[in-house]
Structures are given as C-alpha cells and as structure tokens.
Ligand binder design. Structure first.
Ligand code: ZN
Length: 297
C-alpha cells in the first residue's frame, strides 16, 4: 500500500517551507488512496524546542491535515536504531572515531558534497584513549543513484564525494541518516515526498538501505522556499510561523508555490474548498524542477 509520511523536526513551529512539504506529501498520498504518517524527528534532543512538537501537531490539525495512526517520536525509538547499527556492525562496516571537528578540518584536504571528507584517520591509526567516540560507517565507491520523481536522476559516489559518515554521535545520539532509514523501513514507507534540502542526503540513505537489506522507497523532492537572499526558510532565517487564521490563503499559496496553478476564484474560498480543489487537481509532475524557489508574496 502507498505509504507516505511527513517528518518535521520540532525545532520550532511550522513555517511556510514546511507547509509546502506537508501539502505535497499529503496530496500525493491521497491521490494514491494511501496512508499518510506523521513522525517527529526529535532524535537530536538538544536541538528540540520545548512544546514545538505539540505546536506542530495543532498547526497540522488547524490546516485540516488528517494523519493515519499514532504520531511516532524518534526519541522513543532508540532500540530500532541500535538494532540497525548492530546489523551494520556485524558486517564490519562500522568503526569508532575520536576526531574532533577541528582535527578533521586540519587533516582533511577534500571538500565534499556535505562538508569535509573524513580522511579515515581513526580507521588507519590507533584511537585516542579517553576521548568521546562517534561511530562511522565505511563507504565505498559503488554508484549510488536514484531517479527522483521531480529532480531527475541523482548520482553520487560516497567514498570520494561524501566520505565515511557518522551514524552515532560522540554524545551518544543516533544520527539523522540512520534514524530516518530505520524508521522509513520499519513504518513501511513506500513514497518519500520532502524538501529538496534533503536531496543530497538521499544517496547516503540509499546506501544504508542497501547495507541493511531494506527496500528503497520512491523519492520526490519538492523545491524549498527561499527568501530574497536565497536562504532556505527556517527558524535561522527568521521565517515567520504559519498563521492558522489564514490557513485557506496559505494553503492556496503553497499550491501556487508547488506549480498547481489554483484558480484565482478559490483564493478566498474556505479551507475545505481549497482542499477539495487540491484533491481533485493535484499533479506532482507540475512541481517546479528546481531545488529552491524564491518565495514571492
Ligand atoms: Zn576519527
């Protein structure tokens, strides 16, 4: 069965950029008579803002989203992540790393897709004793390739373009890449529709899926909303929170952003009328084929 999901991080209330991802994943699931799950990605507890998870759920309700099943919280699923890590460790893919950020910056000579490429210091040299230990996965140079329903074919070679990445941090927390892959598999997610800021993470997630023997879901990455300076809308760029009082108008705006061309006459329609239009006319293929799109008012 088609299973989609929306997986916000509770680092603040939803803003327009997160609404766009929610709308796209929701409409695509509805179009396929599928399930739509909500998962709180609160694995990074120190970054969580108290109360934000509840605020997000209330916002989703006020916008008229209806999710299937109970909301899943990553912070309660360490067992699942530990099991996946154990499985990778049994394949000798995992090694400890005691390098600090500064040591990596000083020893790495290659900048990859997502920062410095880790030069495998701890794979080739004895570890420092008494240092906090992160766990990395050994990458290889297989072609990690997938066809995104919106962005086309994406190919990466992890060993040379990303490097061995962290699955468990030195502070003991599981890394996002491992958590998201384990959750999607455990929740039997078949279709992932999310923001294109995660496009470059996808080959790492596919590599983990392959190592763990999981199925790779279908992916569609919608453009992220950016401000006039080209920065992604986020708490950091002070994107304003959504105003539920204008939910109908903001839903209309999100549909426009997603290339759906909602007719002007529903601009002032009620929220349920806008949803009704969207359920009828939603076409993922209309979404702009770009990673980022300037938000015009
Ligand atoms: Zn190291």
């Amino acid at each position: 069965m088609y299973t989609g999901r929306f997986a916000p991080s509770p680092t603040g209330p939803l803003h327009f950029g997160s609404l766009v991802a929610a709308v796209a994943s929701y409409l695509e699931a509805k179009k396929h008579q599928g399930r739509w799950l909500v998962r709180m990605e609160d694995v990074d507890k120190p970054r969580e803002v108290k109360g934000a998870a509840d605020t997000i759920l209330h916002q989703l309700e006020d916008f008229g989203f209806e999710w299937d099943g109970a909301v899943v919280y990553q912070s309660q699923r360490n067992d699942i992540y530990a099991t996946a890590l154990k499985q990778l460790n049994a394949q000798q893919l995992i090694y400890p790393c005691t390098c600090t950020r500064k040591e990596i910056a000083d020893s790495s000579h290659q900048i990859g897709i997502d920062g410095m490429i880790y030069p495998r210091t701890c794979l080739n040299h004895p570890l420092k004793s008494n240092a906090a230990m992160a766990l990395r996965i050994r990458t290889d140079n297989r072609e990690c390739s997938f066809t995104d329903a919106i962005q086309g074919t994406i190919t990466q070679y992890l060993a040379t373009q990303v490097g061995d990445f962290i699955l468990k941090r030195a502070d003991g927390l599981f890394a996002y890449q491992l958590a998201v892959v384990a959750d999607d598999a455990q929740q039997e997610v078949t279709h992932i529709v999310r923001g294109a800021d995660l496009l470059d993470s996808t080959p790492r997630q596919i590599y983990l899926q392959q190592c763990l023997g999981y199925q790779t879901p279908h992916y569609a990455h919608v453009p992220v909303a950016s401000n006039a300076a080209g920065e992604k809308l986020s708490k950091q760029t002070l994107a304003s929170a959504l105003d539920e009082a204008n939910a109908n108008y903001q839903l209309f705006h999100a549909l426009s952003f997603l290339g759906q061309n909602p007719p002007a006459e529903i601009k002032n329609a009620t929220l349920s009328e806008v949803w009704r239009w969207a359920f009828t006319y939603w076409q993922l293929s209309q979404a702009p084929k770009t990673r980022s799109l300037h938000l015009s008012d």
